[in-house]
Design a protein around this ligand. Structure first.
Ligand code: ADP
Ligand code: MG
Length: 258
């Protein structure tokens, strides 16, 4: 279970993102408290990945504002808009929001341990011994102490995804964003990744999970957001959004999972 506090960790206001004429996020506002676990569900193409990518500025929105912890960015015209972001500011912002993707994107020429160490060495500029010690600690946390010296090619999908989670955690992020982290896995490997996410929730990590694992969302999330066509259709605790949805679109989406 998650341990939400009253402190707001992520605050998104009036976010808008278009690709050409296609408006993909239409005036999205949401708040995520520190220690909260938010499950984002919705049909394919509804803008879930785009919203996650905006939160760590892999995609830059046209309008609105995004705050993660103490870092605040505004977009669009007007006095409040931030100046164009410098690469250094972007890099710093991104270390604060760990992202885990459907496909693991590990460096193939590096061992599990080296993959976890890499960002600590190149971005955080930690001494090698310190990076190695923390990487080993994180591999232990995700249950892979015995795989430290193995290359990705010889790891299962579930193991690769756990290395990817350890690599994201190595940057000591305030927030973890998971974009369908288990969708590419064989069914028998899903559980080991969900267990790692469960343990992060119990540790008080603030997380947003885009997932099709509705039962897992109900179990681990304290907030569920249902998105469709770039709009938050319904948001609230799982007992409401999953078990007793009020909107026809949410009801119709969820019948597919019953
Ligand atoms: P979801 O993750 O909910 O499936 P996405 O955020 O991936 O949805 O996509 C929402 C919409 O935005 C889709 O119609 C998709 O085709 C479009 N889209 C996403 N990324 C891009 C891009 N880089 N260029 C153009 N269109 C994009
Ligand atoms: Mg997606």
């Amino acid at each position: 279970m998650s341990n939400p506090t009253n402190e707001v960790m992520i605050e998104i206001k009036n976010l808008k993102k278009a690709f050409g004429e296609h408006v993909v996020l239409k005036d999205i506002s949401l708040q995520v408290n520190k220690g909260s676990v938010v499950a984002m569900i919705g049909p394919s193409g509804s803008g879930k990945s785009t919203l996650l990518r905006c939160i760590n500025l892999l995609t830059v929105p046209e309008q609105g504002s995004i705050r993660v912890g103490a870092q605040d960015f505004s977009f669009g015209k007007g006095d409040k808009a931030s100046k164009p972001l410098k690469d250094r500011e972007l890099a710093k912002f991104r270390t604060n929001t760990g992202m885990v993707f459907q496909h693991f994107n590990l460096f193939p020429h590096m061992t599990a341990l080296e993959n976890v160490m890499e960002g600590m060495l190149t971005v955080l500029r930690k001494p090698k011994a310190e990076a190695r010690a923390y990487a080993l600690e994180l591999l232990q946390k995700v249950g892979l102490s015995d795989r430290a010296d193995i290359y990705p090619q010889r790891l299962s999908g579930g193991q690769k995804q756990r290395v990817a989670i350890a690599r994201a955690l190595a940057m000591r992020p305030s927030v973890m964003l998971f974009d369908e982290a288990t969708s590419a896995l064989d069914p028998e490997l899903v559980g080991e990744v969900l267990n790692v996410i469960r343990s992060l929730a119990a540790d008080g990590m603030t997380m947003i999970l885009v997932t099709h694992e509705i039962a897992f969302a109900r179990e681990v999330a304290d907030q569920v957001i249902f998105m469709r066509d770039g709009v938050v259709v319904e948001a609230g605790p799982p007992s409401q959004v999953i078990d007793n949805p009020q909107q026809a679109a949410t009801q119709s989406f969820l019948t597919r999972f019953n």
